[in-house]
Design a binder for this molecule. Structure first.
Ligand code: PGA
Length: 242
């Protein structure tokens, strides 16, 4: 089933988040054509989670720490995001890799999400320089290896991997569908031992181009930043087939 994920990043506090949720709820009806997940900022998780109860929209979080509780000032417990209602956890987003040096700890976060009962949405993707240097797959493969290192493969059921070329995020310039297809097929081959794997595409997905990616057999969903910040455009993405 398609998986369309809204990554609101550090936009919208509690009140604005709820307003966006109301706008979405006005525009959808059950049953949804696929799964749709909203990932608000951590400070709005509980409020949004409460509002989404008994609706077809699901909750996700944008980041977690790998410990469940304790003396880690300012960190976000996977158990607490789960308590707020999160079914999904975005992990290793390129903005976190870039601004917070995330990398080696990603595998611990993937495992922590699974242990807390959430499905990880593991983000991978190369920079423009890496793509132009012909290294895109080598970079993504290394990110996958690092992110899954030491995790028992039987635990990794239903994992979502979001392929997001760094140069396509927030730029309005999406990848060529053929390049996304090629990368997704590498990922699927590399992780062929995994049950229920889904590969998503992310990077300037909008109502005008989502069908180009979703039409590809290798792509099972989209991770959306900018176009998820308005009810109208995100609702169009949920109903991309119509
Ligand atoms: P974008 O962001 O849709 O604004 O390019 C995607 C993402 O960062 O997940």
């Amino acid at each position: 089933m398609d998986l369309i994920v809204a990554n609101w990043k550090m936009n919208y506090g509690g009140r604005d988040s709820l307003q966006l949720v109301e706008g979405l709820l006005e525009r959808i009806k059950e049953p949804l054509p696929g799964e749709a997940v909203l990932c608000p900022p951590a400070t709005a998780l509980f409020m949004v989670g409460d509002r989404l109860k008994d609706t077809p929209l699901q909750l996700g979080c944008q980041n977690i720490f790998y410990e469940k509780e304790g003396a880690f000032t300012g960190e976000i417990s996977p158990d607490f995001t789960r308590e707020a209602g999160s079914n999904y956890a975005i992990i290793g987003h390129s903005e976190r890799r870039q601004h917070f040096d995330e990398g080696p700890e990603v595998s611990r976060k993937v495992e922590a999400a699974l242990d807390s009962g959430m499905t990880p949405i593991l983000c991978v993707g190369e920079s423009l320089q890496e793509r132009e240097g012909g290294k895109a797959w080598a970079v993504v493969r290394k990110q996958l290896e690092e992110a899954l290192e030491g995790i028992n493969s039987e635990k990794l059921v239903g994992l979502a991997v979001a392929y997001e070329p760094v140069w396509a995020i927030g730029t309005g310039k999406s990848a060529q569908p053929e390049d996304a297809r090629e990368m997704a097929s590498h990922i699927i081959k590399e992780l062929s031992y995994m049950k229920g794997l889904r590969v998503l595409y992310g990077g300037s997905v909008k109502p005008e181009n989502i069908a180009d990616f979703m039409a590809l057999e290798e792509i099972s969903g989209a991770l959306v930043g900018g176009a998820s910040l308005k009810a109208e455009s995100f609702a169009q993405l949920i109903y991309w087939e119509k």
